[in-house]
Each structure stands twice: as structure tokens, then as C-alpha cells.
Design a protein around this ligand. Structure first.
Ligand code: ADP
Length: 379
């Protein structure tokens, strides 16, 4: 809508006719005061403003409009019969106007200018609309993201509470079954059932501990209790523990001995136990598992090798991701796909890294490295 402001009705009439003939919607005001009232009530694409008017003249109207944030950007074409001197034209521009047309009006020139302003106004309107839509979209996405984060936090809290609640009765169950086990004679037939129950309880315990660890990692609450210790002992204990649970597997230990490290012994044992139980789980036919230690560039490298089902190249890069399980093997072997993720977190926090080499059908070697303590650091 274009607002024509002029105190001479004939001028208004001729301008209005010209513009409406070219399909521009128009509105009119016969004084500066009326124009200001109208501009405050509705929005205009352009104002054609006569300069000579009684009371408020065109320049004064333009000055008032340019001082108001909601009207300051409306383009103005000044119409004047007499103020054609340079200083008046400059005044017109300073007071917020954008163009200046002198009377008598050349209709073609005026139409050209109106068209230009109208096009600019339309482009501006479209841009503002796009900007508003973008802002809304950003707000909407922010909100959706906040909701997703809140839902994820509630899920983590639930997992953490549920794992805690499960762990308490399981611990007392384990204690009672251990008591029962000790009260039975070696040859007792029931003892073998009780032993198998204990193995299953331990598996359940590991699963719940893993779930608890996941929520600790997510909340940044995985705590480490650092000491300096000899890695040989950790390997021996882990191998012994796994050997008791899986007596038909042979665990071979080779490599560099006597390496000292600084770290959380229980957490590092958890990593090795995870590698070993995976090596056993995913190698149902060949029952030899090898642990090898190396010292390279001041890093202790531990390798656990099995001759099991192996892993394809595509899957190898994904294994340390949370909940990742290889498609083909996930039906044959039980698991949640969180063990290796926890291992990589623990090793990362010890400033080390995890990786693997594997060939489908031939077996896998899982590695982790952590800084070894040199003689000078021990003194
Ligand atoms: P889980 O064994 O509970 O599924 P992990 O995080 O320990 O979870 O292992 C993730 C996946 O990596 C396993 O599902 C399995 O597909 C693969 N994987 C891990 N260790 C081995 C291995 N020694 N041999 C073959 N596949 C393995």
C-alpha cells in the first residue's frame, strides 16, 4: 500500500488515478498530521509526500517518521514545486526521505521510481519473512534438542538407579550362594550346580556393573584410583580368574616382564578381563588365548589374541562404539555391546589407546597401550 500525502485534493486525485491504473494499492492523507496517524496504524510500502503543506510540512513529517523505529525504514518520495535548490534536496534526504521529485510531475519517471521502491519493499519483506521463519525454526530446533537432552538425562538416571537397585540384592544372593558352596563337600553332586549358579551370578554382576559404568561415563562420574603397580601381577590375576570360570580354555602369557605403570589397577584389570572373556566367547572352537606384553616408545602394549570367528574390515572401526555389535555374531553370542566402549573410555583416561587386528574366520588380536613408568620416574 502506498500513502499519498498532499493538501491539494486535485493532486491526490491525479496521483491516485495514475498509481491505481498501474495496480498499486493506495491510501491518502490530506495533511501531515493525518499522515502520521495513518502510518502509526498500518504499514506502508512507500509514502509520496508533498513538501508544501500548512502546519506540518513534508520535511517535518519525514523527520518524525525517521525518529520512530517502526516507521524509520519506510521509503519516502518528496514532491515539491518550489524547493528544488540543492540545500532543500539535501534536507529531504537527511530527514529520512530517499527520493525527490519536482513538480510538474513526469508520470513515467514517477512510476519508474515507485516501481523501484515497491520492488525493494517486496524484497525486503520477503527477506524479513525468511529471517522470521529461520528464527522460528532455530527456536523450534533448540527446544527439540533440549527436550531430547532432558529425555536422555532421564534415561541415564533411570539406568543408574535401576543398576544400583539390581546390584544390592544380587550381592547378597552371591554371598549366600558362596556360603552354600563352602558348606558342601567336594564330591557332592549339588556342588556342581551351585558352582554353575555362581558363574551365572558373576556374569549378571558384570553386566550390571557395565551398565552402571555406562551411566557413570555419561555423567562424567567414572572415578579413578591411581597407584603405581607391576603389570605382571594384574595379568596373572586376570588370567587365573578367567581360567577358573572357563577351565577348558588355555591362557598363554608371553612377552616383556616387570613393567610398572601408574593407573587404576581394578579398572585396567576390567579392560584385560573384558578382552579375555571376549576372546573366549568369540572363539568357541579353538580354546587357546594368548596374552602378550611389549614395551614400545615408553608405552606398555598388551595384546590378547584368539583364533575365533574374527571380524570383517567394515566392522573393525566400529567396535569401540557404544552398543555396537557385529550383525552376524549378535544372534549366536549373548552381549550388550558395551564392554569395548567402556574399555576404550578407561584406556583413554589413562592416556592410552585401543585397537585391533582381525581376519574373519582366523581370529582377532585386541590391543591396548598405556604409558609405562621408566626407571627414572620410579626413583
Ligand atoms: P559384547 O561382547 O557384549 O557384544 P563388546 O563391546 O565387548 O560387547 O564387543 C562388541 C562387539 O565386538 C561384539 O558384539 C562382537 O561382535 C565383537 N567382538 C569383540 N571381541 C571380539 C573377538 N575377540 N572376536 C570377534 N568379535 C569380537
Amino acid at each position: 500500500m502506498i500513502l499519498i500525502v498532499d493538501d491539494t485534493p486535485e493532486n491526490i486525485f491525479s496521483l491516485r488515478t495514475l498509481l491505481e491504473l498501474h495496480s498499486f494499492p493506495t491510501d491518502t492523507a490530506s495533511s501531515g498530521e493525518e499522515a502520521l496517524k495513518k502510518v502509526l496504524k498500518r504499514s506502508y510500502a512507500l509514502i509520496i509526500l508533498d513538501v508544501q503543506m500548512p502546519a506540518l510540512d513534508g520535511f517535518e513529517v519525514a523527520e518524525i517518521l525517521s525518529g520512530n523505529s517502526s516507521t524509520k525504514d519506510i521509503p519516502i518520495i518528496f514532491l515539491s514545486a518550489i524547493n528544488i535548490e540543492k540545500k532543500y534536496i539535501t534536507k529531504g534526504y537527511l530527514s529520512g526521505g530517499i527520493d525527490y521529485v519536482t513538480k510538474p510531475i513526469d508520470p513515467d519517471i514517477l512510476l519508474l521510481r515507485v516501481k523501484t521502491f515497491y520492488r525493494l519493499y517486496e524484497q525486503n519483506r520477503i527477506l524479513t519473512e525468511m529471517q522470521d521463519n529461520l528464527k522460528k525454526e532455530i527456536e523450534y530446533r533448540k527446544l527439540a534438542q533440549q527436550e531430547a537432552q532432558a529425555a536422555s538425562r532421564r534415561k541415564d538416571e533411570f539406568m543408574s538407579i535401576a543398576s544400583h537397585e539390581l546390584k544390592t540384592p544380587l550381592s547378597s544372593m552371591k554371598a549366600y550362594v558362596q556360603l552354600l558352596d563352602r558348606s558342601l563337600d567336594k564330591g557332592d553332586k549339588i556342588k556342581s550346580y551351585v558352582d554353575r549358579t555362581l558363574i551365572q551370578i558373576n556374569k549378571l554382576n558384570t553386566l550390571i556393573t557395565d551398565l552402571l559404568d555406562i551411566s557413570r561415563i555419561e555423567n562424567g562420574k567414572l572415578k579413578f584410583n591411581e597407584t603405581i603397580f607391576n603389570f605382571d601381577l594384574l595379568i596373572r590375576d586376570a588370567a587365573e580368574m578367567v581360567g577358573q570360570t572357563y577351565p577348558d580354555y588355555r591362557i598363554h602369557i608371553t612377552g616383556r616382564k616387570g613393567i610398572q605403570v601408574r593407573g587404576d589397577e581394578a579398572r585396567l584389570e576390567q579392560v584385560l578381563l573384558n578382552y579375555l572373556t571376549n576372546a573366549i566367547k568369540y572363539s568357541p572352537d579353538i580354546k587357546d588365548v594368548h596374552i602378550r606384553t611389549l614395551l614400545e616408545n615408553n608405552m606398555l602394549i598388551v595384546a590378547v589374541r584368539d583364533s575365533g570367528i574374527g571380524i570383517s574390515k567394515e566392522d573393525q572401526g566400529e567396535l569401540f562404539r557404544k552398543f555396537y555389535r557385529v550383525d552376524g555374531s549378535s544372534h549366536r553370542f549373548q552381549g550388550l555391546g558395551i564392554g569395548l566402549y567402556i574399555c576404550s573410555e578407561i584406556i583413554m583416561r589413562h592416556k592410552g589407546s585401543c585397537w585391533l587386528q582381525s581376519e574373519p574366520g582366523k581370529g582377532s588380536t585386541f590391543f591396548f597401550s598405556i604409558p609405562a613408568l621408566m626407571q627414572s620416574q620410579l626413583q
